[in-house]
Design a protein around this ligand. Structure first.
Ligand code: SMG
Ligand code: MG
Length: 377
């Protein structure tokens, strides 16, 4: 199969509530969806695949942002994929390898091609990746709030809905007290973890050591993305397991971080690591090295969520992910809604990612649609 073209669809998605992390507050997402059209396969012309780019509006989680992702896809990836000729899912990363970084953009393009290819072959993404579950346990990521009572209300609501694990976003000044308050109100049995999004330095180790008293599942990415050695030092000082998110950009980075003791748990986000094929390699590394792995989230719409649920169904994903229901993020999604049932979401079982954007919703949420034709530069 060859690339007939890529369509970039930007959708404006208001969040049901502001989501505050140590690096900023989001109230809506400007989401880049990618539609790949392939031609020339056994299934004939007109095979299509969809993917969602994880890049946020602003480059504050990592260096990537949605406008940059759209630019690199149009300017570089489309000509490179056209030049590559025959396209299979595993040919995409090598075709784009000359471009450094831009993993979220690469992941979106690879996933759109992978979805098209799987649909042409009638294979669900979950089966292709090696999934072993039909439903996955879901946690929820709870943003930084203005007050402890507001946080406790939010956590109470999520527990009532059935989420099986709570993750609290933390930053200096919003860490020990909110964790203590959640433990006091909801007890020691609630699976609880925290995520700092790089907000601390090694000098904050004494403060982070205080979190050891609360029996947390893990502390996620306390230090800078590039400070893997610092995480190893911190991990020696904490009883709470250290989990890495931002620092794990590849299977090699995951193996190095585990080997050097920088983490004992890994958060996998397919966008952050360049796609589902690399995400599966990270899963395999973690299983081989005996480290639990779980699926992170980037406030995805149903398009990204569907694919993440397929990944989260692999055997090494032994901790609940940030794969929450559509309603946790959006009053209306671009796909049929993912609804929490018994703390779980279903793994889509249709070909490819198993869901399509609803044309009506897409028409209403889209702010731009750009067709990129590889034959007309
Ligand atoms: O998708 O529920 C979700 C969000 C989960 O906390 C979440 N993601 O560092 O893990 C993380 C953050 C990054 C969000 S940046 C938009
Ligand atoms: Mg994180």
């Amino acid at each position: 199969m060859k690339l007939a073209g890529l369509e970039l669809v930007r959708v404006a998605m208001p969040l049901v509530a502001p989501f505050r992390t140590s690096f900023g507050t989001e109230t809506s997402r400007d989401v880049l969806l990618v539609r790949a059209a392939l031609t020339g396969g056994a299934a004939g012309d007109g095979v299509e695949g969809w993917a969602e780019c994880a890049a946020p509006d602003e480059p504050f989680y990592s260096s990537e942002y949605v406008g940059g992702a759209a630019d690199v896809v149009a300017r570089w990836f489309v000509p490179m994929l056209a030049a590559a000729g025959e396209l299979s899912p595993d040919a995409v990363a090598p075709a784009l390898a000359r471009v450094k970084g831009h993993r979220m953009a690469k992941a979106a393009v690879e996933t759109a091609v992978l979805d098209a290819w799987l649909r042409a072959h009638g294979v669900p993404l979950a089966r292709f990746l090696g999934a072993v579950r039909e439903r996955v346990d879901c946690g929820v990521s709870v943003g930084i709030m203005d007050s402890i009572p507001q946080l406790l209300d939010a956590v109470a609501g999520y527990l009532d809905e059935g989420y099986v694990r709570i993750k609290l976003k933390i930053e200096p000044g919003w860490d020990v007290e909110p964790v203590r308050a959640v433990r006091e109100r909801f007890g020691d049995d609630v699976p609880l973890q925290v995520d700092a999004n790089t907000a601390y330095t090694l000098g904050d180790a004494p403060r982070l050591e205080r979190l050891d008293a609360f029996g947390l599942l893990l502390v996620e990415q306390p230090l800078d993305e590039e400070d893997v050695a610092g995480h190893a030092e911190l991990a020696r000082r904490l009883r709470t397991p250290v989990c890495l998110d931002e620092s794990v950009v590849s299977a090699r980075a995951a193996a190095d971080a585990i080997r050097t003791g920088a983490c004992s748990v890994v958060n996998v986000k397919p966008g952050r690591v360049g796609g589902y094929l690399e995400a599966r390699r990270i899963h395999d590394v973690c299983v081989a090295m005996g480290v639990p792995v779980w699926c992170g989230g980037m406030l995805e719409t149903g398009i990204g969520r569907a694919a993440n649920l397929a990944l989260a169904a692999l055997p090494g994903f032994t901790l609940p992910g940030d794969t929450s229901a559509s309603r946790r993020y959006y009053a209306e999604d671009v796909t049929p809604e993912f609804v929490l049932d018994g703390g779980t979401l279903p793994v889509p079982d249709g070909p490819g990612i198993g869901v399509d954007p609803l044309p009506d919703a897409l028409a209403r949420f889209a702010t731009s649609r750009t067709w990129l034709d590889p034959t007309s530069p």
